[in-house]
Structures are given as structure tokens and as C-alpha cells.
Design a protein around this ligand. Structure first.
Ligand SMILES: Cc1cc2nc3c(=O)[nH]c(=O)nc-3n(C[C@H](O)[C@H](O)[C@H](O)COP(=O)(O)O)c2cc1C
Length: 160
């Protein structure tokens, strides 16, 4: 991660966001390496490595045998990783993984994402991002919160 980000930064004048895989033991180590190499932001998470199997034919359903699992099932994993990376790094975190509505997006912001991205939900409704923005504004208004940025990283952890 360090070498890739360092070399991309050296070759480009554009902002560099490092997109992280969740298929690691400790995502904070990878995030810190990206930050130390000069990444401008971190985006996470990518898909979870997974398999689908037809037991009768004993064959994987995917031609590649394994593939990336996406969509709502990722949300709790993404939230946990965003929370971890937010605390481990100073650069902005951009959250993605299972967001389908404004409540999901606001959960990501509270966990520490400065912005969110939407992937799989676009296949269900290509206008989903517009709906999410409208609905976020309504939900924030309801709570008397002036701007989405006011909830970023406001997670109140339980004291254990
Ligand atoms: C069909 C498909 C293609 C994808 N291609 C890429 C890609 O080229 N590069 C990448 O970083 N992530 C890719 N992803 C991962 C998504 O950007 C995203 O990180 C992941 O699907 C989790 O978000 P989601 O649940 O909103 O889809 C792809 C996901 C899907 C479903």
C-alpha cells in the first residue's frame, strides 16, 4: 500500500484516495500506510471475498470461483472499519458499503466518514443518490442539525 500510494502521488497532481479492502485482519495498518505515503483520503470498504455454490453440480456459481460480495450485508462491517480508521488516521475517510438510504448514509457520517459513496444500490434505483441527499436533508432538519458535516465523527461510544 505504501509504495503504490507513494508512486501514484509522485506521478499525479490530482488528489489520491486509497480504496481499502475489508479482506484483511487489521484495516488500520493498511490505512496508516496509505496516510504515511501521502494519500489525501481513504475510501472504504471494497467488497468481501465470497463464494456461491450449486451443491448439485458441486460447482461455484461464479466463473472465477470466488468473487466480491456487495450490498446491504456489508454495512455493519463497513461501519466498524470506518470507526477504526477514523480513529487511526487524520486524513478524511469516505464511507461505502451497503448504503441504500439516508439513514444508512447518516450512520456512516456518525461513524466518522466525511462523505459517502453508493455502489450496488444504483443497480436497484439509478436515482438513489438524489433520493438519499433529499432524505438526509429532511432527517437533519427534523433533528435541528444545520449541516451534514455537523454529525461527522460524533459517535458516542459506550464506556466499558
Ligand atoms: C459490479 C461491481 C463492480 C465494482 N467495481 C469496482 C472497481 O472497479 N473498483 C473498486 O474499487 N470497487 C469496485 N466495486 C466495489 C464497490 O465500489 C464498493 O466498494 C462495494 O461494492 C461496496 O459498496 P456497495 O455495497 O455500495 O456496493 C465494485 C462493486 C460492484 C458491485
Amino acid at each position: 500500500m505504501f509504495r503504490v500510494v507513494r508512486d501514484v502521488k509522485a506521478a499525479s497532481t490530482k488528489p489520491v484516495w486509497a480504496k481499502l479492502t475489508p479482506n484483511v485482519t487489521d484495516v488500520r495498518e493498511i490505512a496508516r500506510a496509505a496516510e504515511e505515503a501521502g494519500a489525501d483520503a481513504i475510501s472504504l470498504i471494497n467488497t468481501i471475498s465470497a463464494m456461491a455454490i450449486d451443491w448439485r453440480s458441486r460447482s461455484p456459481l461464479l466463473q472465477n470461483n470466488v468473487g466480491g460480495y456487495s450490498g446491504p450485508v456489508l454495512k455493519p462491517i463497513a461501519l466498524r472499519m470506518i470507526h477504526e480508521v477514523r480513529r487511526a488516521c487524520r486524513i478524511p475517510v469516505v464511507g461505502i458499503g451497503g448504503i441504500t438510504n439516508a439513514t444508512d448514509a447518516l450512520e456512516f457520517l456518525v461513524a466518522g466518514a466525511s462523505a459517502v459513496q453508493v455502489g450496488t444500490a444504483n443497480f436497484v434505483d439509478p436515482t438513489v443518490s438524489v433520493r438519499i441527499v433529499d432524505e438526509m436533508n429532511r432527517l437533519l432538519d427534523e433533528q435541528g442539525i444545520a449541516a451534514a458535516r455537523d454529525v461527522v465523527g460524533t459517535l458516542r461510544l459506550h464506556e466499558n
